[in-house]
Design a protein around this ligand. Structure first.
Ligand code: MN
Length: 294
């Protein structure tokens, strides 16, 4: 039984996102981005690419730099071929997650493969605190089968990418903002509750179906709309008539100034100028590795 002081989080903002063209011509939906800083701190951006028309995605994201952020790619369906200056090369497959901490800098490419059916996946950008922005880059490619899944008596299924749920620990850990990243499926009419760390920024993103993400609100949040939570100790989600599948993401706010130039996010304008100078002079990559084939 929750105590009198236990606060279930309320939904404070909803973002339906905007169509955008990114990379070399990938049509996607940007759920939040530059305009939503600092409300989503430490999260900078969420893109959902979802199309059954290969011309919307095959141009992909050819070689480009990142510094100062983590890019988190989660594929629901489809394959993305990738390579980077750390020497990683491979394919992000359906169910897999690539959690890339760019730190001081990487160059990489992310190229969705042409497929029958619907390519469906997400990329979340997580900011890094100033103390980590120039750290050694770190790459984590995790196969779908490596994530623990919790199944409850009421048929709820929780895939734990990062953080914990019911004692299951996600394999992506030891990150600066202590993130939680869950993929939750709740049957029609059932209620899901999960504790959240007070003070951590938390949002939900329904992928399919709909549900009430706020026990004080009667209105449901439709699929493909970000629900940003206010503070509290837990979230409570009641699935609608078709059930609901959603991402639940949480992390510790960083509370530092944000200087953002495309794929590079630092604290100060001078650091962006330095990054641009280094890109021009060839000094951007601090950790060079030979690119090797699998
Ligand atoms: Mn990238």
């Amino acid at each position: 039984m929750p105590s009198a002081h236990h606060r279930v989080r309320s939904v404070e903002a909803e973002f339906g996102g905007l169509e955008a063209i990114e990379g070399a011509g990938v049509r996607l939906r940007r759920l939040f981005g530059h305009a939503e800083v600092p409300r989503l701190d430490p999260f900078l951006l969420l893109d959902h690419f979802r199309s059954s028309d290969p011309s919307d995605y095959v141009a992909g994201f050819p070689w480009h730099p990142h510094r100062g952020i983590e890019t988190v790619t989660y594929m629901l369906n489809g394959q993305v071929d990738h390579g980077d200056t750390l020497g990683n090369r491979g394919t992000i497959d359906s169910g897999d997650v690539q959690w890339m901490s760019s730190g001081s800098g990487i160059m990489h490419q992310e190229m969705p493969r042409r497929m029958e059916g619907t390519l469906d996946g997400f990329q979340l950008w997580v900011n890094m605190p100033s103390r980590s922005k120039m750290s050694t880059p770190e790459y984590r490619g995790v196969r779908g089968s490596a994530f623990p899944t919790v199944n409850t008596d009421s048929g709820t299924r929780v895939k734990v990418v990062a953080g914990t749920y019911e004692g299951a620990l996600g394999p992506v850990d030891q990150l600066p903002v202590d993130p939680t990243y869950l993929d939750v499926t709740v049957r029609a009419g059932e209620t899901f509750t999960a504790p959240t760390v007070p003070g951590h920024t938390t949002f939900a993103y329904p992928i399919e179906g709909s549900g009430k993400f706020d026990p004080t609100e009667h209105r449901a949040i439709p699929a493909r709309t970000v629900a940003v939570y206010g503070d509290g100790e837990s979230v409570e989600v009641r699935a609608g008539a078709d059930g609901v599948r959603f991402l639940l993401v949480s992390g510790r706010p960083i509370g530092e100034p944000v200087a953002w130039y495309g794929p590079i996010v630092m604290n100060k304008q001078e650091e962006l100028q330095e990054a641009i100078r280094e890109l021009r002079s060839g000094d951007f990559i601090k950790d060079k590795h030979p690119v090797v084939d699998e």
